[in-house]
Design a protein. Structure first.
Length: 246
């Protein structure tokens, strides 16, 4: 009996059958992978505009720094009438920072933004990579006709990295001078106070250098530090008051 089984297993017909089965399994597995793998492609601006949430038969897509994401699962937000519908069907990278959702504000240009501001837009892109399906790239300033990153995209990412370094350095510097406590309510407005020391407005020189505009924070200073240049008393607040209305 054992000899019969051995002859059956070594038969050429059995070998062919096993080979056919293996090929079928391989083709099936490849077919399954292709079905479930996200389809990534290159979009033109005109093509992307079709996926703006007005056609229920199409997914809802948005672009940010040239990366395109399927946000259909957030249809209540990104679909027609949704609060974020202005992002659908376009790359409105700048608006992720500026909050300008009309006219020229809905643009992919990050020109003129500081390194820390560009960093915030890049972080939004990372949010979409984590939260939604990446489906392709938008041809234009950030990706060329072959889908390769352009010098502009590389520059944006390098600028964002500098912004991250700057904020880390600024955080370290500001830790040397404790920040004020603060609270705000619609009925009473804002208030800042210090447990130890006195509240003063002080410029953020590192941020000024990167953003090209004034920025201040509230910090607590000891009485023997109050003669330092650049410290500003809150309007209407006594010189040695520990609490100030803002």
């Amino acid at each position: 009996m054992g000899k019969v089984i051995k002859r059956f297993l070594t038969s050429p017909l059995v070998g062919v059958s096993v080979l056919v089965t293996l090929i079928a399994l391989f083709m099936t597995s490849r077919f399954s992978i292709n079905i479930f793998a996200p389809k990534q492609r290159l979009f033109t601006s005109e093509e992307l505009a079709l996926y703006n949430g007005t056609d229920d038969s199409l997914p809802i897509l948005l672009g940010i720094i040239g990366s395109v994401f399927d946000v259909t699962k957030g249809k209540s937000h990104y679909g027609a009438g949704g609060g974020y519908n202005h992002f659908a069907g376009r790359d409105a990278s700048r608006a992720f920072f500026s909050g300008n959702f009309t006219g020229d504000g809905l643009t992919d240009s990050l020109q003129g933004l500081s390194s820390t501001e560009v960093k915030s837009v890049v972080e939004w892109r990372e949010f979409y990579f984590k939260s939604y399906m990446f489906v392709g790239k938008l041809l234009g300033p950030y990706y060329d006709m072959q889908g390769n990153p352009t010098k502009l995209l590389k520059g944006v990412e390098a600028k964002a990295a500098r912004g991250a370094q700057l904020l880390e350095k600024q955080k370290h510097e500001e830790a040397k001078q404790p920040s004020c406590n603060s609270r705000w309510s619609q009925d009473e407005g804002g208030e800042v106070w210090c447990e130890t020391g006195f509240p003063r407005l002080v410029q953020r020189p590192l941020e000024i250098a990167s953003a090209g505009k004034m920025s201040k924070r509230c910090a607590c200073f000891r009485e023997d530090q109050l003669s330092q240049a650049g410290l500003e008393v809150y309007e209407g607040c006594d010189y040695l008051a520990k609490t100030c209305r803002v």
